[in-house]
Design a protein around this ligand. Structure first.
Ligand code: HEC
Length: 189
């Protein structure tokens, strides 16, 4: 086998050494240069904490099995599909203590820890105004929140609560009326 000329050997080793140095420098500088490449996860379109969440697609269909009132889908569904029995009201009470109490308060009058600090005072859920609302109206308020002139007065809670959850809450809110109508205990003299 014919041996390589010593001059080529030197050239080859220099080339290999240069390539090695170039590779190390390239990796070392990566953090400084930050080559943009579409497959990098951090530069893909994504939602960051506190960013507007993706809205539920319009006309989307509930997957939880209980018929829902979705405006524009079926005008015949205008009433509460969940009977206001003990279980539903009790579920609503529990959900209230997780999702609503911080604003609407322990006494449902809007004096929750967060509620008292809000510019727009949360509604008194025992008031005649709220109690006179239809089930579907309450359902829609819970689902879509209350936005007045672009200001969020009450957040939409459709992403936090299933359809069943929301109807249970509606049943719970309306159960407060029944409780309020019970005769007050006669004050002791
Ligand atoms: C971040 C605070 C906040 C949370 C949480 C919240 N609300 Fe409200 N809610 C408000 C405020 C503020 C208003 C009054 C808005 C207005 O008057 O414009 C309101 C109003 C209402 C009303 C009255 C709607 C009307 O049309 O009169 C109902 C019913 C209601 N909330 C139910 C609920 C229920 C049920 C929950 C929990 C699932 C809940 N809210 C969670 C702040 C909140």
């Amino acid at each position: 086998m014919k041996s390589i000329h010593p001059a080529y050997k030197i050239l080859l080793s220099i080339a290999i050494a240069l390539a090695a140095v170039a590779t190390i420098v390239a990796f070392g500088l990566y953090d400084v240069i930050k080559v943009e490449w579409v497959s990098f996860m951090e530069i893909q379109a994504s939602y960051k904490p506190m960013e507007e969440p993706l809205p539920v697609a319009s006309r989307s269909i509930p997957i939880e099995g209980v018929a829902a009132y979705v405006a524009g889908i079926d005008p015949s569904i205008t009433k509460n599909p969940v009977p206001a029995d003990k279980i539903s009201v009790e579920r609503g009470r529990l959900l209230y203590s997780v999702t609503c109490i911080q604003c609407h308060g322990e006494e449902y009058n809007g004096n929750g820890i967060v509620g008292i600090a809000l510019v727009t005072h949360p509604a008194d859920l025992t008031s005649a105004v709220v109690q006179s609302k239809l089930d579907v109206d309450l359902f829609n308020t819970i689902s879509n929140g209350i936005i007045v002139k672009g200001q969020i007065h009450m957040p939409a809670l459709n992403e936090n609560l299933t359809f069943r959850d929301r109807w249970d809450l509606v049943n719970f809110i309306h159960s407060l009326k029944a409780a309020a109508e019970q005769p007050a205990p006669t004050p002791k003299p």
